[in-house]
Design a protein around this ligand. Structure first.
Ligand code: NAI
Length: 259
């Protein structure tokens, strides 16, 4: 049984690209993908951070590389994938489309520049990264794209209009991509995390929103990056081979509760 599970979830021989891998969920899940056998490419704006993380994984006996990527600067996207292919000697076949930023403010107070920043990173940036990956995966007729949205994209929550709308857009985009790309051997799924303890979570703590949010989580705790290991490996590996267009909430039951 262990052997079957290991084989099913193995990523040996795969190349996994993680956007926004300099901290939080991306950094943790890059390690998870590497430990499952993938050659991992950690991509972010802060090259010093991803280089240090790649060096640490390499020292632990895994295969890891760092590349520069700013998802709001479209010219950096093909360059990052060229660098990834060169470093790994083969094209990317797993994408964790994870880079994102959050912002909390009331709808009436959101400034245009802030709306643009949020949509450019969380929607347009994720769109362009997924598109570049899919174009390359189409040539090898295989691949798994995992978009990282949010439970904020599944149901209405105050104070995050542009963020939640961007994530809802990413969820819908996932379904369209799954529909269009299945015939090319590419699976596309989306993970919707609830509230996880990362740098992003600090905003909830500093604004005092964390206590109210915690009361709405049936499991009565925030998520930890490790809570996403299972779903990430499922979607990345052959274990999830018949899954495409799936929207998976990982939130301790939060999206079930409305009070
Ligand atoms: P984080 O702030 O630790 O990580 C976000 C990563 O994205 C960072 O490495 C950051 O440098 C990178 N990034 C931001 N803008 C970028 C850009 N223009 N180009 C390249 N990289 C960029 O936050 P966390 O929590 O790890 O977030 C990861 C993803 O999970 C995000 O998409 C976020 O929206 C999503 N998420 C997080 C939740 C949480 O509670 N922490 C809840 C739901 C979704």
């Amino acid at each position: 049984m262990v052997a079957l599970a290991e084989e099913l979830f193995s990523l040996k021989g795969r190349v996994a690209f993680v956007s926004g891998a300099s901290s939080g969920l991306g950094l943790h899940l890059a390690g998870t993908l590497a430990r499952a056998g993938a050659s991992v490419v950690l991509a972010a704006r802060r090259v010093d951070k991803v280089s240090a993380a790649a060096a640490e994984l390499t020292a632990q006996g895994h295969r890891a590389h760092a590349v520069a990527l700013d998802v709001t600067r479209s010219e950096t996207i093909p360059a990052a994938f060229d660098a990834a292919e060169e470093a790994c000697g083969k094209p990317v076949d797993v994408l964790l489309n994870n880079a994102g930023i959050v912002y909390a403010s009331k709808f009436l107070q959101q400034e245009e520049a802030e709306v643009s920043r949020i949509l450019d990173t969380n929607f347009k940036g994720a769109f362009l990264v997924a598109q570049e990956t899919a174009r390359r995966m189409a040539k090898i007729k295989q691949g798994s794209i995992i978009n990282v949205a949010s439970t904020a994209g599944l149901r209405a929550a105050g104070m995050m209009s542009s963020y939640a709308a961007a994530k809802a857009g990413l969820i819908h985009l996932t379904k369209i991509m799954a529909l269009e790309l299945a015939g090319r051997g590419i699976r596309v799924n989306v993970i919707c995390p609830g509230n996880f303890e990362t740098d992003m979570h600090d905003l909830f703590v500093s604004s005092g929103m964390d206590k109210t949010v915690l009361e709405r989580i049936p499991q009565r705790r925030f998520g930890k990056p490790q809570d996403l290991d299972g779903v990430t490996l499922l979607l990345a590996s052959d274990a999830g081979r018949y899954m495409t267009g799936a929207v998976i909430a990982v939130d301790g039951g939060q999206s079930l509760s409305w009070m």
